[in-house]
Write a protein that binds this ligand. Structure first.
Ligand code: ADP
Ligand code: MG
Length: 340
């Protein structure tokens, strides 16, 4: 069993400037597996940019062109788990042998091997064997080899032998074509201005781009609502808010004061009443944690305090959350409210 998903094909992997190199290298590898200098082919890039899809597409295409070849797709996580099980059952040699007779080995998310020296070691041996025998290795990772951490030098140097190709954020036109292609395949019609609105606002993750469209379709069909720009706005907002970490200090003060049922002016006041002091310290703590504002700027926005006061507040919250159960609950509750 190759574990390949036939829906993740080249045909469905739309081309754009952001992926042209990786996609072309993938096609080259698929037409001559093991026979190009792209061995290994390492595809890297951020979350949701198509690494898994492209890795499958190469495998699917190879299976199509060379049905006799054995192609195996596996995540680095599963590979690691299998290896651990094999060691437990004293099957280490069988495990190695199984992988050494594969023609095309695709390992997804190799960053997962970070720090796992035993698995890295066995993979090193499998890799060498495959490479020496002209077999093709395809890897994906969230980082370029130069930026990988806790991977042994000798393995990293192998990763750099072939070609490392990056998947970047797709540009607007590519995002629009990805959405149109998806809608077409799902047999759903949607006005262009809606598609463009979604593509304009969700930029850095194709999975989220598709997710927004899926929610939009679901919303409109379950609630029998027409797909309008307003509905698109509501849905896009949810996606964008979830990915955007930065919240404003005002929003934090409002959230904390609502939580303790007090006014923002009370939270900012000079009073030394314990519960108000604590609310203020929590607001400062979350402002430090969730915004890029300096201590001085946080202090001046939360009741005209100086930076030392903010620093003290952050330490106090840290201490109290590890010693005081009730206080810890405040921190957890507010964290939840702020992340919606
Ligand atoms: P990654 O492995 O990099 O996190 P995936 O391969 O899982 O990303 O891709 C996320 C989603 O985006 C998948 O549904 C995939 O089909 C889709 N996708 C990504 N890039 C493209 C593209 N260029 N064309 C069509 N669909 C794409
Ligand atoms: Mg993936």
């Amino acid at each position: 069993e190759s574990q390949l998903n036939p829906n993740y094909s080249f045909e469905n992997f739309l081309e754009g400037d952001s992926n042209r190199l990786a996609r072309s290298a993938g096609l080259a590898v698929a037409s001559k597996p093991g026979g190009t200098s792209f061995n290994p082919l390492l595809i890297f890039g951020g979350v949701g940019l198509g690494k898994t899809h492209l890795a499958h597409a190469i495998g699917v295409d190879i299976k199509d062109k060379y049905p006799e070849k054995t192609v195996l797709y596996i995540s680095a996580e599963k590979f690691t788990q299998q290896y651990i099980d094999a060691v437990k059952k004293n099957n280490r040699n069988d495990f190695i042998h199984f992988y050494q007779i594969i023609d095309v080995l695709i390992i997804d998310d190799v960053q997962f091997l970070s720090g796992k020296t035993g698995t890295q070691d066995v993979f090193f041996h499998i890799f060498n064997h495959l490479h020496q025998n002209g077999k093709q290795v395809i890897l994906t990772s969230d980082k370029a080899p130069v930026d990988m951490q806790d991977i042994e030098q000798r393995l990293l140097s192998r990763f750099k032998w072939g070609l490392s190709a990056e998947l970047q954020n797709p540009d607007f036109e590519t995002r629009v074509s990805i959405l149109k292609n998806k809608l077409y395949r799902d047999g759903v019609e949607m006005p262009d201005d809606i598609i463009e609105y979604v593509a304009k606002n969700i930029k850095s993750n194709v999975r989220e781009l598709e997710g927004a469209i899926i929610s939009l379709i679901a919303q409109s069909s379950f609630n029998k609502k027409e797909i309008t720009i307003d509905l698109a706005k509501q849905i896009v907002e949810k996606f964008v808010k979830n990915t955007k970490r930065e919240v404003s200090i005002d929003y934090i003060q409002k959230t904390v004061s609502d939580y303790f049922q007090m006014d923002i002016s009370t939270l900012q006041s000079k009073t030394r009443k314990r519960h108000i002091v604590q609310a203020r310290q929590l607001a400062m703590f979350f402002a430090k944690k969730l915004t890029k504002a300096s201590l001085a700027s946080i202090g001046s926005q939360i009741g005209q305090r100086d930076h030392a006061t903010v620093l003290h507040a952050c330490k106090t919250v840290d201490n109290l959350s590890s010693t005081d159960k009730q206080f810890k609950k405040y921190v957890d509750d507010i964290t939840k409210k702020l992340s919606i």
